[in-house]
Design a protein around this ligand. Sequence first.
Ligand code: NAG
Ligand code: NAG
Ligand code: NAG
Length: 367
Amino acid sequence: MNMRDFYKSLCFLLGFFSVQTEAEKEVNVATWGTAELSMLYSDWYAQKALDGSIYTCSSTPWQTDPWWRLDLMKTYSVNRVTITSKPDCSSCESWLNGAEIRVGNVSSNVSSNPVCAVVSTIPTGATYSYSCHGMEGRYIIVNNPGPSKCVTPCEVGVYVIFPGNLATGRNVKQSSTNGSWISEQAIDFNPGIIKQSSACSSTNVQTNPWWRVDLSSVYRVSSVVITNRLDCCPERINGAEIRIENSLENNGNNNPICAVISSIPAGVSSTYFCNNMEGRYVNLIIPGDSRILTLCEVEVYGEGPLLKRTFLKMKLKSSWSLSDPAVRVQLLSQLQSVLVQRGFSDVKLQWTQPPEQEVMQKEADPV
Ligand SMILES: *[C@@H]1O[C@H](CO)[C@@H](O)[C@H](O)[C@H]1NC(C)=O
Ligand SMILES: *[C@@H]1O[C@H](CO)[C@@H](O)[C@H](O)[C@H]1NC(C)=O
Ligand SMILES: *[C@@H]1O[C@H](CO)[C@@H](O)[C@H](O)[C@H]1NC(C)=O
């Protein structure tokens, strides 16, 4: 066989690139709370302004200083509030004229909360948006000051901007899932104060339950915020470990520990500082038998993605001459396509120094 064996050194550069996560996200949090009216008109319940249908409205009767009030159970920084007026009713258009939108923390006296905007008029069936520029409060109020007034919102939206949470929209997984408590519900921004089963994640009762988010690139993680469930059993989270790094060995549960959760009170969000640990996977695991891991929210903050350069030295066996630049280009593109086949589509290869070529051994001709 007329073949030469070459051992060649090759250095190349690996660079990991990925799409930058959106810096912030605007989310309608209105349905995460519960609504009340100063007085109920017929079956026009307060919650009908949160049911996603503009055809079912909430209303007070005609009264002095009526109000509709939403309790979000937590303080939010409100970017804007939207109100939809009753469709197919041009005579109702004026009902909301002069209504005040307020954001604040006082439930006993709605008018002691600061005003975000005053409604002039909302055409029938239209949705108008009012900027609140980050006003902070737990209650969102629509009140109409004066005698013989009513408040008739058909839909109310409360939009909050959440800062750059690296977990947003990422792939998540957990060791098992109890019913509707899917792993994605831990990264939906909703702390699950009203209805945990549609806003929190949970495993079954099992040995070493875990949950993982794949940040899809390596980040320098400064902190992880965990929100515990409000409705029951806050002690179940005790002993959970937050682990961060790049390995999927044991499903990522062997990665280094950022923190061990001693306890989190019911409904509270606790922050754990990770001292800029670098990693792609963030895991929570509770070691032990008959444990259950329930997470109402997991937020991950940090910097990145980090560009990772790796220098590799390779020995190749080839009959080609690497002194030919065209061959060098072709070799890189072949390596690239092999990497793509194996799932490394975000790798970029470059020569950092010209390959050396040497004949180490010549195969004996077959007899
Ligand atoms: C509501 O409470 C939060 C947190 O205590 C505070 O930051 C915010 O300023 C309060 N809002 C008003 C309108 O007082
Ligand atoms: C409610 O608050 C407003 C504004 O602070 C105040 O003028 C009014 O007297 C208060 N009403 C009651 C019943 O305390
Ligand atoms: C699922 O959750 C319910 C309610 O918390 C619990 O009673 C049940 O044992 C859980 N199922 C499993 C298989 O762990």
